[in-house]
Design a protein around this ligand. Structure first.
Ligand SMILES: [Zn+2]
Length: 297
């Protein structure tokens, strides 16, 4: 057993599909190749979008694929107190502030600026409330909380697959949400708190999440938490060349054909096809992963 700790952190908004299985398999293989622990975390912080039934389906699918968490899975929906403590710390250090902007106001502010926004990208927050709420009339309304991003950038890090990365969070993302006006804590805050609380040393996840890394490193620094190593895995593209996702109707994996599903995921990771039993295939891939790790070093 080494100090390595990895995790797979699905959001239960749909069952496991071919794309999420790639991230699950890669994080499991990396943990096993490092003789470390592999943990599953259910990222159900947004309870309007997530369901416990889907979370249980995902856990069953993982288990059918021979991927089992070394510790009982963590449920973000039960950890609000920890996220609040982290938010309180940021507020006390003037690194987070309340925001009363409505979505319509944000979109209006965005259209006033000339910068075109890439498709699917979030709005860059213009900093409207950074120096205080505009008027007293808004004191009664529910407020969101945002992180200050105007210090310590650009954030630079090295991705184990993608190499040197950098993002100027203030200008590319803006002061991002830590807690929505409806009280829901943001993905960024919950992930950072939980990665630290679980002692995660290595984050292995799909490349679609790579764009969140700088925000998470910024929060880790602001909360004096360690930064894990990052490895973002290749995405599985659908027939339309868009990434497979629950939103564009990716099919659930067939867990009665676990080895076939794993072979498909292995192919995306550049691993050879394997036959035999599930455990034989998995241990052969651990060997392949180990060889690859050694060749990288
Ligand atoms: Zn605002």
């Amino acid at each position: 057993m080494t100090g390595y700790r990895g995790r797979f952190a699905p959001s239960p908004t749909g069952p496991l599909h071919a794309g999420s299985l790639v991230a699950a398999l890669a994080s499991w293989l990396d943990a096993r190749a490092h003789e470390g622990q592999w943990l599953v975390r259910i990222e159900d912080v947004d309870q309007q979008r997530c369901s416990p039934e889907l979370a249980h389906i995902i856990l069953q699918q993982l288990s059918a694929c021979g991927l089992q968490s070394d510790l009982p899975p963590l449920w973000q929906s039960r950890r609000g107190d920890l996220y609040q403590q982290a938010l309180d710390q940021l507020v006390a250090r003037h690194l987070a502030y309340p925001c009363a902007c409505t979505r319509r106001e944000l979109e209006a502010a965005q259209s006033d600026t000339a910068t075109p926004r890439p498709r699917n990208a979030e709005l860059v927050y213009p900093g409207t409330c950074r120096n205080g709420l505009k008027d007293g009339a808004r004191r009664n309304q529910a407020l969101a909380w945002r992180a200050r991003t105007d210090a310590g950038h650009p954030i630079e890090w090295s991705d184990r697959r993608l190499g040197a990365q950098a993002q100027d969070v203030e200008h590319e993302v803006g002061d991002f949400v830590l807690q929505r006006a409806d009280g829901c804590y943001s993905y960024q805050l919950a992930v950072v708190v939980d990665d630290a609380a679980q002692g995660i040393t290595d984050v292995v996840r799909g490349e679609d999440l790579s764009n969140n890394t700088a925000r998470q490193i910024l929060l880790q620094r602001q909360l004096a938490l360690p930064t894990p190593r990052y490895l973002h895995t290749p995405l599985v593209l659908g027939a339309n060349q868009e990434k497979l996702s629950k939103q564009n109707g990716a099919l659930s994996i067939d867990s009665t054909q676990a080895l076939a599903a794993l072979n498909q995921a292995a192919l995306v990771l550049g691993l050879p096809p394997r036959e035999g039993s599930l455990s034989q295939a998995l241990s052969a891939w651990v060997g392949d992963w180990n060889t690859r790790l050694k060749s990288v070093i």
